[in-house]
Design a protein around this ligand. Structure first.
Ligand code: MRU
Length: 391
């Protein structure tokens, strides 16, 4: 998408030095656009953990770039694989809920033919290996393969998001038709926009496409405490693109649904189980409950990179708990400076659950890159039959 007329992605290879990965450091948005250079896997792991970048699809691709950085710094010869495996462990342990981290790392390990005693990378037959890796151990070839793989995953994410948007657009068009062309009101939670992906976003892709086609849309943007990804990131994105939007406090969603001012809820996901339970930013579940009570369709936008085919029950999804100070303090702009202020009594403790699980019974459908699936094992397998044997 564009920032002040200039096309941007969220992560890219420095055009002047391919050993440097560049990202938008999202901690400073919406107040400052800061670009950060990442040179090592440790810097990438820190950027993911401390949320310089965030959003499930983006952390998956960032992890793949992290393996590329590890390959650059890995020793040549026999210890290359163990160095890369250690890097894989570091990246995967940064955040527990988004399954995309594991997905991005696994794609890299498979491409590099690196085997491990972790369960996810399967050692490939030598005939499956990239010809550049057969019969040789050239570190240069491995670095090149890791770079190409990370870039390919980034490009594929863009295509997935565009495609999710095309399917979601049909839902918005149906609503508009039912309303005789009147404005379509969408509610979204957190940031499942282009800043959470490489471009376009998942939940926002249909909205951008509808807006670009001239549809009258308005988005209710949940502020999304504690880190305010809705207020700070989603609102910023929509503002830059010109999409009409209104920020609401998290607790307002039920009220505006009761007033008939929400036609559809579309959220993202950090991990959706094979049976259709949806883990997403804390507060998503209560939006789904309110939507159900008010007869409003509730959809999750789910790229296949966010589906965990090894888990059926959402209760088995690990839920990240973050530092209590993210709740105790709020960040904002004051006198031109980004500051944090304490919003609770000095000695009050806080609990900071980052995600929750919306059970499939509350989910109207899952918007994937291959179409809209029922939130059920059969629904997902109909679109992704190649996973029948994994389950
Ligand atoms: O903690 P965050 O900001 O990484 O959480 C992000 C979300 O919950 C998004 O909704 C989810 O990753 C989907 S992004 C397309």
């Amino acid at each position: 998408m564009k920032i002040d007329g200039r096309p941007f992605r969220t992560i890219w290879v420095n055009p002047n030095d391919p050993r440097i990965i560049q990202i938008i450091d999202q901690r400073f948005l919406p107040h400052k656009l800061v670009i950060e250079d990442l040179r090592t896997v440790d810097e990438m792991a820190r950027a993911i953990k401390e949320m310089h970048l965030r959003g499930a699809p983006l952390v998956g691709v960032a992890a793949a770039f992290g393996i590329y950085l590890a390959a650059i710094h890995a020793p040549e010869g026999d210890t290359f694989d163990s160095y890369v495996m250690e890097a894989a462990g570091k990246l995967i342990s940064t955040r527990p809920t988004a399954v995309n981290l594991k997905w991005g790392v696994e794609k890299q390990l498979t491409a590099l033919g690196v085997s491990s005693d972790l369960s996810f990378p399967r050692k490939r037959e030598s005939r499956d290996l990239d010809p550049r890796l057969r019969g040789g151990d050239s570190k240069g070839a491995k670095i090149q393969i890791a770079l190409e793989t990370a870039k390919r995953l980034a490009d594929e994410d863009v295509e997935m998001c565009k495609s999710i948007g095309r399917h979601g657009l049909k839902l918005l068009a149906e609503i508009q038709k039912k309303k005789n062309g009147r404005r379509v009101n969408i509610l979204t939670h957190c940031n499942a926009g282009w800043l959470a992906c490489i471009d376009w976003g998942t939940a926002t892709s249909a909205i951008y496409q509808a807006f670009d086609q001239g549809m009258d849309v308005r988005v209710w943007v949940d502020e999304t405490r504690p880190r305010n990804q809705g207020a700070g990131l989603t609102a910023w994105e929509f503002g830059k693109h010109g999409v009409p939007h209104t920020v609401i406090v998290d607790n307002a969603a039920g009220h505006i649904m009761q007033k008939g001012e929400v036609d559809i809820v579309i959220v993202g996901t950090d991990r959706t189980t094979a049976a259709g339970d949806v883990a997403n930013k804390i507060g998503t579940y209560t939006k789904a409950l309110a939507a159900r009570d008010n007869g409003i369709p509730f959809y999750a936008a789910v790229p296949s990179s966010s589906i965990d085919w090894n888990i059926q029950n959402g209760k088995d999804i690990p839920i990240e708990e973050r530092d209590q100070d993210e709740v105790r303090y709020v960040q904002g702009l004051s006198d031109g400076t980004v500051k944090k202020v304490l919003v609770v009594p000095e000695h009050s403790k806080a609990a900071n659950y980052a995600f929750d699980v919306t059970p499939r019974r509350l989910v109207t459908g899952l918007i994937t890159e291959r179409g809209i699936a029922q939130a059920s094992e059969e629904g997902l397998l109909n679109l992704f039959p190649e996973n029948r044997e994994t389950i």
